[in-house]
Design a protein around this ligand. Structure first.
Ligand SMILES: [Zn+2]
Length: 272
């Protein structure tokens, strides 16, 4: 089962999140039939989305992260306040050099926050550390990881320590030391589990007071009804001309790799 633990540490000067996303990443790998390198990249991004979705306060909140390295690849992940996480990857053999990382955070209250930062190589973790520092101005020590071999996810997860305003130098140093010690996040999840990481590395009891546990999962929010809402504005004539050309209207959901098809009969019903 996927897990996200959250609590405060260092006397309230930092928030700690520990994630086990092994199942979630396995599901994404299966749905998309990913090679191992792509599964690792998407898996780390999905773990980041699970973390950021877990920070949303409003039930209508949502977050999405899109990585477009200069080689033309795309990795896109989204999550909502229910902990429903989804994503896809296209290309990305060249890693995360050049291009941009765009984060759209809709807290459900105000206008969505949009943060863009440049990708400067390195992995998902390095780029997100920079994103939090430069776009959100939050010093963040983190480590995300996924270990995938031959389509089988051995472990995936991560650790995030975000420093609060008013934190001391000592807290910041301690946070970076922990992130360093947990630089192989997948290895730590495999060896200790999320609970073990809390206990071994932070002296936190998983069932203790002030420790919150939630269960992110891979889930797409698409539906036939939603897709219908997307195609109807095209108008009857346009849909019929697509059917005349291609036999049906086919809409592909990138996130769950599912096709929705609409026949002439369906279109007749939509415009009756
Ligand atoms: Zn879908």
């Amino acid at each position: 089962m996927n897990k996200l633990y959250k609590c405060l540490i260092y006397g309230g000067n930092a928030s700690l999140s520990v994630l086990d996303t092994t199942e979630l990443v396995q599901r994404a790998t299966d749905i998309h039939g990913l090679d191992d390198a792509s599964a690792v990249l998407l898996g780390e991004m999905l773990t980041a989305a699970a973390y950021m979705a877990g920070c949303l306060k409003n039930p209508r909140g949502a977050v999405s992260l899109t990585v477009k390295p200069s080689g033309g690849a795309v990795i896109s992940v989204s999550g909502d306040a229910d902990g429903h996480i989804r994503g896809y990857i296209e290309g990305a053999e060249g890693g995360l050099g050049g291009g941009t990382l765009t984060v759209i955070k809709d807290d459900g209250f105000y206008r969505p926050f949009v943060g863009v930062c440049e990708l400067t190589g390195g992995g998902v973790s390095e780029n997100l550390i920079r994103y939090f520092r430069d776009s959100e101005q939050i010093p963040t020590a983190l480590s995300f990881g996924a270990d995938v071999k031959n389509g089988k996810v051995k472990a995936a997860g991560g650790v995030v320590i975000q420093l609060m305003p008013g934190h001391g130098e000592k807290d910041e140093k301690a946070a970076w030391e922990k992130a360093e010690a947990l630089s192989d996040a997948a290895g730590a999840v495999f060896k200790h589990g999320a609970e073990g990481i809390l206990r071994e590395y932070f002296g936190v009891q998983p069932d203790g007071k002030g420790v919150y546990l939630s269960f992110p999962e891979y889930k797409c929010n698409c539906s036939r009804k939603k897709i219908t809402g997307v195609i109807v504005p095209l108008g009857r004539a346009e849909l019929e001309s697509i059917i005349a050309e291609q036999g049906c209207v086919k809409v592909h959901c990138h996130y769950c790799n599912k096709d929705y098809t609409f026949t002439q009969d369906d279109v007749d019903k939509l415009f009756r």
